[in-house]
Design a protein around this ligand. Sequence first.
Ligand code: KIV
Length: 316
Amino acid sequence: MTERCVVPDDEGLPWAAWALSSGRPDSGSDPLKKVTIHTLREMKRAGEPIGMLTCYDATFARLLEAAGVEVILVGDSLGNVIQGHSHTLPVTLEHMIYHLQAVDRGLARAHLVGDLPFMSYQASVEDAVRSAGRLVKEGGAEAVKLEGGVEYVPAIQAIVRAGIPVMGHIGLTPQSVHRMGGYVVQGRNEEKARKLMDDALALEDAGCYSLVLEGIPGELAARITERLSIPTIGIGAGVHCDGQVLVIYDLLGLDPSFKPKFVKRYLNLHEQVVDAVSTFMKEVKERRFPAEEHTFHGKMPGDLGGVYGGGKKAEP
Ligand code: KIV
């Protein structure tokens, strides 16, 4: 598996290269109702935590739906976990659209969000609106997510004016890895914490319907969550956010070398996959797979010599 750059934060804790990077109160847990931006706001009001995971293909989309995940993000983390890069910067709009289309085919109920990739919205408001429009029109996204604070208010307002819901993303924003000097926890002094609070309030005012808080102190995330009326979704931001998000491959433990503090592994799928594939290899080498129950047989009269060899050649 690709090595994802892990750099220590200022407590010496490892942080990851990419990651630190239904309008009805009851619909969050209702398995039949479509989850919309209104559902999420109602869930915040009702104090019901929101579960969000990343997803990149239709098979996993079906699994996450079956497990009741409310929000599915086709994240630009696909640059790391699918494409094997050490950061998200090479991901293009075309990549995002391709994966959104696949995920969309596997979904019925969950709310589908698409990440705006690096340089698809930074250069101009017009770029931002056109890129967001493509994720919705071509990819099937129901909302877009973009990284950044108050400087993106004009872009957010324009996207929302075009009828597209926007999820904000502040704190450790992986697309700014070079400006941050690595994947380092943000907002750890009063001045930086205040700037993040100002960003959060500005994004809510600009029309964001929800906000990802990544790689910030839990106390600060709790304060921001309290001040906003839109839901906050945390990753490496403590338990007091309105919801939590993880990269699905991290939750499943697919990369044993990736062990940031904020990830909990619910499964050691790396080990299980390697075990299963090793058993397959052994059985192939020992001619124990395929067994009789995996083998087709024909119902043909005679000795079949003419079909399987040894018989006369077919006439030309
Ligand atoms: O790209 C991504 O997967 C993300 C989440 C981790 C929030 O932005």
